[in-house]
Design a binder for this molecule. Structure first.
Ligand SMILES: Nc1ncnc2c1ncn2[C@@H]1O[C@H](COP(=O)(O)OP(=O)(O)OP(=O)(O)O)[C@@H](O)[C@H]1O
Length: 604
């Protein structure tokens, strides 16, 4: 039987791992991890508990009044007691309304404050993780954790605890009244309690599994939606809509199965519990009727007793069901904990040195680097030096390690061996923010945010004045086209600059780097993806940007490379040549080969 139930309610399909399940965590650990986030609302916890205690008390008083209605008014056929019972009843209802209002508002405030703190912290934490994390994880899953799973933790910690207290207090009050009315009937009513507990324990474990699966599928759905909608142009151009839809469908169906499993568990649990409850109630009714016939109990007393039993079962029911709620919420908490346990690979050393404005000396010294989880070296023993104010060009075939070098340069990763230095100091000894403050980057992928042109340029230095923004745009050869946009600098450019051309995006990125005014410039193929005319057009502003700054440029553009003070040629992660354009051409080595017509030359 248990085996059949388990199969019927199983939600997991381990064959599929778009997003792996987070490691399990004990409820105690969940409390330990998330309790600190209640700090902002902790002083309201006690009033909240007191408020929640008044609810059952008012309920019980209402019931007690009912006993008087039956015994004194109805059975006694006398309206006089009604004159005090009616106002008392109204007073109680009013009182419970006011208390309920205070309880609702306060508990929402405490819960939302908790979420405010937790969500902000999770976001800050994720933002601080190293690039490696984002290259490894699926963004959609991370988003679903930050936005969806965070909310469920609140249920675990606050609503769950508040409910537990409420149930315990209700139980105490109702039990007290029941015993006061008739202890022997109360004992009979309590016989069914262990049955509740047993059922709850069994079912809550099943619910936990189903919830975990639902959360995992939710993350996978987010990941697939983000990937396929984010690349919608590619999906449509290659007619992959149906394939993407199937991928989505598979996760969607998985989530559906998990939701159904959870519904089946609840659907079996609720009637099972109700059966036990009714059986208990009937037994009490039988004995109670007998006591009524014996004159040991009044009619009002019996009715109130039965009503109290109904009320008593609800907290017992609730308390045993809390396990289920806890397991549901802890499935979400596990996913948040996994995220919070992720440590940035690149961290700032204790006592890191501040560096205000660097002179701009860049040095790679015997650098070896392997991407985490891979076995091949992406960089092997790379050494070169860029003198302050000079330009160093990195060339090499695709996959030779140029972008990897760029990533190490801004400390997205640390080398496994060797060192990257700025003005002679290992980047690992410097404040991370200062390293990045001193380097302006224009990356291969042009980053333009959804916002105005002005905001996009000022992203390089938020404190920039209007005049500085315009000056940067002029220097980047962007002013002219910006002026022609419908709202000039206030024009909204779509996400990733979809409403601008590739060259225009690039010029905005150059303006952003201009305004940052850092001593070191890192340009990763600033002309990639542009046609020859557009590429030539941005050369002039690029030169203005590079003047008097140390520039490390990854480029396939012959003009830029030829003008560099030094050229480093990479091949499969190694430096194979190093010198000026004239030197290297004379050597007839790999660099010269790149220029030979008909050689499939990379440099154009
Ligand atoms: N995040 C990553 N994880 C694992 N391996 C990576 C990662 N990024 C790059 N690699 C590997 O490291 C090597 C160097 O890649 P890199 O992107 O630095 O080359 P590149 O010279 O910039 O190429 P391209 O000119 O095509 O941009 C390649 O073999 C690549 O497969």
């Amino acid at each position: 039987m248990a085996h059949v139930l388990r199969r019927l309610m199983s939600a997991a399909d381990p064959s599929d791992t778009v997003v792996a399940a987070a490691p399990r965590v004990s409820p105690r650990e969940v409390f330990r991890r998330f309790w600190p986030y209640t700090r902002g609302g902790r002083r309201w916890l006690l009033p909240l508990v007191l408020l929640s205690l008044t609810g059952p008390a008012v309920d019980a008083a209402e019931l007690w009044l009912f006993k008087f209605v039956v015994d004194d008014v109805l059975v006694g056929r006398d309206l006089r007691p009604f004159l005090w019972i009616a106002p008392a009843y109204l007073g109680l209802v009013l009182c419970s309304g006011v208390l309920g209002f205070a309880d609702d508002v306060t508990s929402t405030w405490v819960g939302e404050r908790f979420l405010l703190a937790l969500r902000a912290d999770v976001f800050r934490h994720v933002q601080g993780l190293s690039l490696g994390f984002f290259e490894r994880r699926r963004l959609g899953d991370v988003l679903s954790r930050v936005t969806g799973d965070v909310d469920a933790v609140e249920t675990f910690l606050l609503s769950g605890v508040a409910d537990a207290l409420y149930y315990v207090v209700s139980l105490g009050i109702y039990l007290g009244m029941l015993v006061y009315l008739r202890w022997d009937l109360t004992l009979l009513a309590l016989v069914v309690v262990p049955l509740f507990w047993g059922a709850a324990r069994y079912f809550s474990r099943l619910v936990g599994d189903a919830s975990r699966e639902r959360r995992r599928r939710g993350g996978a759905l987010g990941a697939i939606a983000e990937e396929s909608l984010g690349n919608v142009a590619l999906v449509q151009a290659y007619n992959r809509q149906a394939w993407e839809a199937r991928r989505f469908e598979r996760e969607n169906a998985g989530r559906f199965r998990a939701a159904m499993a959870s519904a089946r568990i609840h659907a079996v649990y609720a009637p099972a519990v109700e059966f036990v409850e009714v059986a208990g109630g009937l037994a009490v009714l039988a004995l109670g009727t007998w006591k009524l016939a014996q004159g040991q109990l009044t009619l009002g007393g019996l009715l109130v007793f039965l009503a109290l039993i109904g009320k008593l079962y609800s907290p017992v029911h609730g308390l045993s069901g809390l396990g289920t709620a806890f397991y549901t919420a802890s499935a979400a908490a596990e996913r948040i904990i996994e995220l919070l346990d992720e440590r940035p690979q690149v961290t700032e050393a204790a006592g890191a040195r501040r560096l205000h404005r660097a002179r701009g000396g860049v040095e790679f010294d015997g650098v070896w680097f392997r991407y985490p989880g891979t076995s091949a070296w992406a960089l092997s023993d790379v050494s070169f030096r860029a003198e302050p104010g000079r330009t160093l060009a990195l060339v090499g075939a695709s996959g030779s390690g140029k972008s990897t070098l760029a990533k190490l340069h801004v400390r997205f990763y640390d080398p496994d061996r060797g060192a990257v230095r700025l003005d002679g100091t290992d980047l690992r000894e410097l404040s991370l923010a200062d390293v990045r403050e001193n380097i302006a980057v224009v990356l291969q992928e042009t980053y333009v945010f959804h916002g105005t042109v002005r905001e996009n340029i000022a992203y390089g230095r938020p404190a920039a004045t209007e005049a500085e923004i315009v000056a940067a745009a002029r220097a980047a050869d962007a002013h002219e086209f910006v002026e022609r946009l419908p709202d000039g600098y206030d024009t909204l450019v779509g996400q990733r600059g979809r409403t601008l051309s590739g060259g225009q995006c690039r010029r905005l990125a150059i303006a952003r780097a201009m305004i940052r005014d850092a001593p070191v410039l890192l340009l990763d193929e600033p002309t990639a993806g542009l046609d020859i005319r557009s590429a030539r057009r941005i050369m002039e502003p690029l030169r203005r940007l590079m003047a008097d700054r140390t520039t490390v440029i990854v480029s396939h553009q012959l003009q830029t490379v030829r003008d560099a003070h030094r050229i480093v040629v990479l091949d499969r992660g190694r430096v194979v040549e190093d010198g000026t354009h004239a030197d290297l051409l004379g050597r007839e080595g790999p660099y010269a080969l790149l220029h030979r017509p008909g050689s499939g030359a990379v440099l154009s």
